[in-house]
Design a protein around this ligand. Structure first.
Ligand SMILES: C=C(O[C@@H]1C=C(C(=O)O)C=C[C@H]1O)C(=O)O
Length: 363
């Protein structure tokens, strides 16, 4: 889609009366019983949380796990809306879920990571939401594919939904990493650049997979300018029927929120602005130098490419490449620069050289 999506600001969502960052959505991974849900909601509400989340249908990796209580949990949520005045939200994965959720007065729904990865599911959900005026949040797909994530917003938008928001919950990985799902922060950063006015929530519970990391991930999300957080909270996390390790009590959630430092995107006085502006001028000059160096390097790459073509020499020269990489990594170590950064930069430069010389060979 070429035209920018005209997305409504969260101030028009009718969900949050408190509009400061972080906008908060919290509640158990799953609704397990009326009592568990009501007690959790009561404590959250007493701690100032306005929007409750609870999974009713749980997509599980393997069969024979707890797959949610199903529609019988919907009246429990509706009762909380009535008794406690909280806004209620749940995950929907198909048109039946949407219909049932709407019947019980859901104030917001979200599409889960596995569903976002499936355009058929997203299309079905989008069509079933036509004419409905509640916010719809979309979790990132399980695979790190930003186009698929953006495609889901476009499908919803084309069905007339303009109260849209994104939830960053991290990406699946084969390797074992510090977190359950890799944050790959560059992807939500790019999403923010591509859809500028899209409200962005972070789900530190699913990124971390463990409660001990929720604080640091929430802080990072705030420092990257996320608008809100969606955090799993349960009255008795250790006895939770799903995602026990990553859930926290409403009081633990309160502690985490109390420790968050909320920084502003723009400096709040002209002196700070001036200092940053001066430093940015220096960076602009250096960026110009980088561009000049890259341009000159590429010119020489082209000369070598032409010579190789005329003299039947292969494009890739493993020994030369090995030497370059060894040398710059050694320089990185000496200068206290991240070796990972230098390696990534030089691999990208080398790949671009190969691509350019390939073009020359084929001319
Ligand atoms: C430029 C050359 O071609 C390739 C590109 C290189 C580079 O970008 O520095 C190095 C080795 C080759 O794989 C070369 O042969 O020197």
């Amino acid at each position: 889609m070429t035209k920018p999506l005209e997305i409504q600001s969260y101030s028009e969502w009718n969900l949050f009366t408190r509009q400061e960052r972080p906008l908060m959505i919290a509640g158990p991974c799953s609704a397990e019983s009326e009592e568990q849900l009501f007690n959790t909601a009561t404590q959250l509400k007493n701690n100032g949380i306005e929007v409750l989340r609870a999974g009713i249908w749980k997509p599980r990796t393997r069969p024979n796990c707890f797959e949610g209580v199903g529609v019988k949990g919907l009246p429990w949520l509706q009762n909380i809306q009535k008794e406690l005045g909280m806004k209620i939200s749940t995950e929907v994965a198909n048109a039946h879920h949407v219909e049932a959720a709407l019947k019980y007065g859901m104030n917001m729904v979200w599409i889960g990571a596995r569903s976002t990865a499936n355009p058929f599911a997203v299309q079905e959900i989008a069509e079933s939401l036509k004419g409905v005026d509640i916010p719809v949040l979309v979790k990132n797909p399980v695979n790190p594919d930003i186009e698929l994530w953006i495609g889901a917003f476009e499908r919803l938008y084309l069905c007339g939904i303009t109260k849209l928001g994104a939830i960053h919950r991290g990406f699946s990985s084969y390797n074992s990493t510090r977190y359950r799902n890799m944050p790959q922060w560059q992807i939500p950063i790019e999403l923010k650049r591509r859809i500028k006015n899209l409200p962005l929530f972070c789900d530190p519970s699913h990124i971390s997979g463990h409660r001990e990391y929720i604080q640091e991930i929430s802080q990072k999300a705030m420092d990257l300018g996320f608008d809100g957080l969606i955090i799993e909270s349960h009255v008795n996390p250790d006895c939770a029927l799903s995602d026990a390790l990553q859930q926290i009590t409403p009081d633990q959630l309160n502690q985490i929120l109390a420790h968050l430092i909320i920084r502003e995107e723009h400096p709040n006085n002209s002196n700070n602005t001036l200092i940053i502006e001066e430093l940015r001028e220096k960076i602009d000059t250096l960026d110009n130098t980088i561009m000049e160096v890259l341009t000159n390097r590429m010119k020489i790459i082209e000369e070598i490419g032409t010579y190789k073509k005329q003299n039947n020499i292969t494009i890739l020269q493993p020994d030369r490449w090995e030497k370059i990489l060894t040398r710059v990594l050694e320089e990185a170590r000496k200068n206290n620069l991240s070796e990972e950064l230098v390696e990534r930069v030089f691999k990208a430069i080398h790949q671009a050289s190969i691509d350019r010389q390939t073009d020359i060979m084929n001319e």
